[in-house]
Design a protein around this ligand. Structure first.
Ligand code: SIN
Length: 287
């Protein structure tokens, strides 16, 4: 792709790029179109040195789809679309730890997630990404044939145990939306079906969509039958050659395509503070 308004520097051989020359708060139609193309081509992109208000971040995110409110974590007053991912020096818990695609327990999971770095540890706290087109394409023809048409049941039911175990307590700086308990329960109890191999609505390419975090079992299979295959697919989906690593600085703004990429925050900065502003835009029903 020949970009006219931005420079696009790949971060690794198979996923990720840094975009130079873009100001998210003041984009022309042409540079937005090029950023969108870079996002489709590279799946995870980072743009450094941005100065964004919550409103400016939200306006950019809305160009991709309606804003999603996180169903579990309390948002700051007046900004229900904003999730503040926060880890204090003394906290052990890292939000979103483990490889995943965001919120696959939703019928219309986010097309993309958008993370804006506010406070970053002196070293560590990077985020990893993995290319799920390649994860699919590198499977054997026999396994691809079996997975094409297979449906997975996703659910956030595990949140019930996490909450019951008191893991969201006063000493965790991210708080639950306890004032909206009924709404939260509805989300927790929902069982949502998605294809294990999805077709990206914009690129037309097939990607593996079998992230282990909320996948409970394959439709028509027991959990015991499903899990060995889920575990195999998981290990395969995060092979180092499918991945890249984003190193943050305050003011870095990144976005990733949840339809074809997994991500994982790296938990290697205990004793330091990390604060990120995340928003998500609603996507289509996976097909
Ligand atoms: C997430 O899973 O959305 C969090 C990513 C991060 O904090 O790096």
């Amino acid at each position: 792709m020949n970009y006219q308004t931005i420079e696009v520097k790949p971060l690794a051989g198979n996923i990720g790029a840094e975009i130079l020359g873009a100001d998210i708060a003041n984009l022309t139609q042409e540079s937005f179109a090029e950023i969108h193309q870079a996002f489709l081509d590279h799946m995870a992109i980072i743009i450094r040195d941005q100065d964004l208000s919550v409103k400016e971040q939200a306006s950019f995110v809305e160009r991709f789809g309606p804003l999603i409110h996180d169903p579990f974590i309390k948002a700051p007053d007046g900004n229900p679309e904003l999730l503040i991912i926060k880890k204090e020096e003394n906290e052990r818990y890292t939000y979103g730890d483990g490889w995943h695609s965001d919120s696959t327990f939703m019928e219309k999971p986010p097309v993309a997630s958008f993370l804006y770095a506010k406070e970053i540890p002196p070293v560590g706290g990077d985020t990893l990404f993995s290319n799920q087109y390649l994860a699919y394409e590198t499977l054997s023809p026999g396994l691809k044939k079996m997975l094409d048409g297979l449906i997975a049941v996703h659910s956030a039911i595990g949140m019930r145990d996490i909450i019951a175990a008191g893991k969201y307590t006063e000493d965790r700086s991210m708080k639950l939306r306890t004032d909206e308990w009924d709404k939260m329960e509805k989300v927790i109890d929902a069982m949502v079906e998605h294809p294990v191999v999805r077709t990206h609505p914009e690129t037309g390419r097939k990607a593996l969509y079998a992230t282990r975090s909320y996948l409970k079992h394959f439709k028509g299979w027991t959990p015991e039958e499903s899990m060995p295959l889920v575990n195999f697919l998981f290990e395969h989906s995060i092979r180092p050659e499918f991945t890249c690593r984003i190193r943050w600085e305050p003011g870095s703004f990144a976005m990733w395509d949840n339809r074809c990429a997994l991500h994982k925050p790296v938990t290697d900065y205990h004793g330091h503070r990390r604060i990120m502003h995340r928003m998500m835009a609603e996507g289509d029903r996976p097909i």
